[in-house]
Write a protein of this length. Sequence first.
Length: 463
Amino acid sequence: MGTEKEGKRKDEFDVVVLGLGPGGEDLGQRLAEAGLAVAGVEAELVGGECPYWACVPSKMMLRAAEVLAECRRVPGLAGTSHAQPDWGPVARRIREEATDDWNDKVAAERFAGTGATLVRGRGRITGDREVTVEPSGSGGEARVLRARRGVVVATGTVPAIPPVPGLAETPYWTNREAVSTDRVPESLIVLGGGAVGVELAQAFARFGAEVTLVESAERLLPGEEPEAGELLARTFAAEGITVRTGTKVTRVDHHGSAFTAMTEDGSYRAERLLVATGRRVDLAAVGAGAMGLDESAKAIEVDDHMRAADGLWAIGDVTGEGAFTHVAIYQAGVALADILGEAGPVWRRDAVPRVTFTDPEVGGVGLTEAKARQAGVPVRVVTGDLSGRGWIHQAEGFVKLVAEDGADPVLVGASAAGPYAGEVLGMLTLAVHARVPVRELKSMIYAYPTFHRAVGDALKKMD
Ligand SMILES: Cc1cc2nc3c(=O)[nH]c(=O)nc-3n(C[C@H](O)[C@H](O)[C@H](O)COP(=O)(O)OP(=O)(O)OC[C@H]3O[C@@H](n4cnc5c(N)ncnc54)[C@H](O)[C@@H]3O)c2cc1C
Ligand SMILES: NC(=O)c1ccc[n+]([C@@H]2O[C@H](COP(=O)([O-])OP(=O)(O)OC[C@H]3O[C@@H](n4cnc5c(N)ncnc54)[C@H](O)[C@@H]3O)[C@@H](O)[C@H]2O)c1
């Protein structure tokens, strides 16, 4: 229902969802389907980062790169092969199949089809349960949206650009330019060896780019088990990717058509430079202070029901928990139950799975050994290789299991790396989530010769 106040259009809803990425889109639709009056506010594209600039296009790139790598594995296993990489089909699939040329018409119609109201523009919390939306582009008047039950903040993150001298003045890439490029650069410097950095470095390298990756921590994927970073470093070296860990970029310049990155141990030149050094939230832009939150905080802190304050929920990357699409959507389900006042799932942080889609894949769930020890959890840890299947497949990888010690130990963390490691992670996620005792896992039958049989072999080492 719209009213006019101080020259601004005013509308009332039950819930206002700010940001329609995977989390906000899912929650807004489900609230509307439950019969609530919902406004979803979106500044860019309905669907958010994941389908247009992140998960989906990057996985299309990696799938294509994997096909090339398989082709290169034919000699010695199956004869001879010759593959001529062509970025054309990759760019075409991303443009036509994944993003509809970065057009959200279908998603917007799906959202509105549930009965929710899509409000295009940049929203800001301007009072208790009140959001003011500045329309996208020029023209149009601001709209004030009132939320009877409350506001859900689902505004995600933006790339965190490190304060490296010179960098801000250069035409560097973030994930957005990287996944929407029509052409593979001849050479590429990647800053950051987290999930974005390693995935995109490998995809471009397999399509012929000469890639240098600079990571300030001591190893790639520093949040994962050390064995994962070591495995990726070996794989990348074998594929011709230059990896520099434990070093910082001290200056970046761009002259003509080339970037130069100075590091503590040398200087690197490349046609393109990709910044993949993490993400940040901007709580001041969201107006979080208007509902009593600290706008300088790194994320919106939430309880087990995704509540951030009275009449305020937060879900997805803005909560600083996970930074994964499956977490944003899971948290949407938690907030849904809370807003509807129904029994439902609570936000559990102890069994969150994560998969980095490099080849080999790296999957993890729960705590790494280091994080368990830091938290003071007494642990038993076993590691095993891919056993028979790894040898047959000519593939490297590992399984690492972290069990909380005690009379009847349970896994509190596990990692799998290798072919299909993200799929092997499924059973490990179940084990951590459902607290399946190690004795039960040991008594299971593991099909021979699967990759997940490595879990059974590793468990034999756990006395
Ligand atoms: C290259 C890359 C690859 C990735 N791959 C994977 C993967 O394989 N698997 C995985 O699980 N995760 C992956 N991620 C992470 C995943 O993209 C995010 O976790 C996910 O998109 C978070 O969803 P969200 O709803 O919290 O926020 P977002 O997707 O960031 O959406 C937030 C939305 O809010 C809008 N918004 C922001 N501020 C306002 C405002 N003031 N008013 C109105 N609208 C606003 C934005 O325009 C955006 O549409 C990847 C990330 C990157 C960068
Ligand atoms: N497959 C997936 O699920 C997937 C894929 C991509 C991204 N994501 C998620 O998206 C988020 C963003 O990913 P990301 O890789 O950008 O962030 P990240 O925080 O995971 O990794 C950033 C890396 O950059 C390094 N770094 C920071 N400053 C640096 C500097 N000045 N020079 C060199 N290295 C520097 C950090 O040590 C870190 O290893 C993450 O939470 C990630 O989990 C998930």
